[in-house]
Unconditional design. Structure first.
Length: 292
């Protein structure tokens, strides 16, 4: 896709490779705050088998992850903005109807504020709960700890990873013949699209590539772009080379990864796009058994 086809609000925002390993605390705080948004879908939307009612959309104009819409007296979404760090209630145009800065707030206080906004929208606020069917990494804010966004640069850098990932992934997904929308999944907190390589057949399972950006986990302390496969091939299979300074991950799962610290200081967009393009081709060949 050409640059002219991009959403005008989505342009590449330079990333700092040196700062990539130092975003852990910001990432964990935002991950917990994002549960405030996904809780809206859990409480008021039909529960889908693939958990898509819980996923979040990156809204580039406001730099936030937003829940799926819920209809009360009017349409509303709950979103978490990274910088400045805040929880938002959005209207049908994705404009902030109400804003609660999270600095110094607790999860319980933020949830109470959201319940008040839900009641104003004519919905039963007692249904809104932070109970969920999955676990996420621990952080003091999960208890009575307060949110602390005083390291503003870390929250801003984290927002840039999501913004850039959303832009390049949406372009790839739009060009793919069979792709799910680009969404952030609140369990692992990655933003990703699922590309279909081949449909399910009576003689073979559906083959897919998950293409995304993980902001950090037990495998990598830093954000990384990735491509993983289903069904996952053996980790000892011969693998094609990757472009863009990417590498193959082989511990517990097989996939192509590009850690944030391996980004160049210039031409980053070209590097990431080259990596993702080569990763899709490599994973497709591995799934189809056509590696040369």
């Amino acid at each position: 896709m050409t640059g002219a086809s991009r959403n005008e609000s989505m342009t590449w925002r330079p990333l700092d490779p040196r700062a990539a390993p130092n975003l852990v605390d910001a990432r964990l705080q935002v991950h917990h705050a994002a549960q405030l948004a996904t809780a809206l879908g859990i409480a008021y939307l039909l529960h889908e088998p693939d958990d898509s009612h819980t996923n979040l959309e990156w809204i580039a104009e406001i730099g936030a992850l937003a829940s799926r819409p819920v209809m009360g007296s009017s349409l509303m979404r709950v979103a978490v903005q990274f910088h400045p760090f805040a929880v938002l209630v959005l209207d049908e145009r994705n404009a902030a109807r109400s804003t609660l800065p999270l600095q110094g707030e607790t999860i319980a206080q933020a949830a109470a504020w959201i319940r008040a906004r839900i009641a104003e929208a004519g919905l039963d606020a007692s249904l809104y709960t932070l109970d969920k069917h999955y676990t996420i990494p621990s952080h003091p804010v999960a208890g009575s700890g307060i949110f602390d966004a005083s390291n503003a640069a870390a929250f801003e850098n984290l927002a840039r990873f999501y913004s850039d990932a959303a832009m390049v992934l949406e372009e790839i997904a739009a060009a793919a013949p069979n792709s799910d929308p680009v969404r952030c999944w609140p369990h692992h907190f990655d933003i990703a699209a699922l590309l279909e390589v081949s449909p399910e057949l009576a003689t073979a399972p559906r083959k897919t590539i998950s293409l995304g950006m993980e902001p950090g986990d037990d495998y990598y302390r830093e954000p990384y772009f990735y491509a993983s496969m289903y069904p996952s091939p053996s980790t000892d299979i011969e693998r094609p080379p990757l472009e863009g300074n990417g590498e193959w991950h082989t511990r517990d799962w097989l996939g192509a990864v590009l850690p944030g610290s391996r980004l160049t200081t210039s031409t980053q967009q070209t590097q990431v796009e080259a990596f993702l393009s080569s990763a899709v081709k490599a994973c497709t060949s591995l799934l189809n058994g056509t590696v040369r």
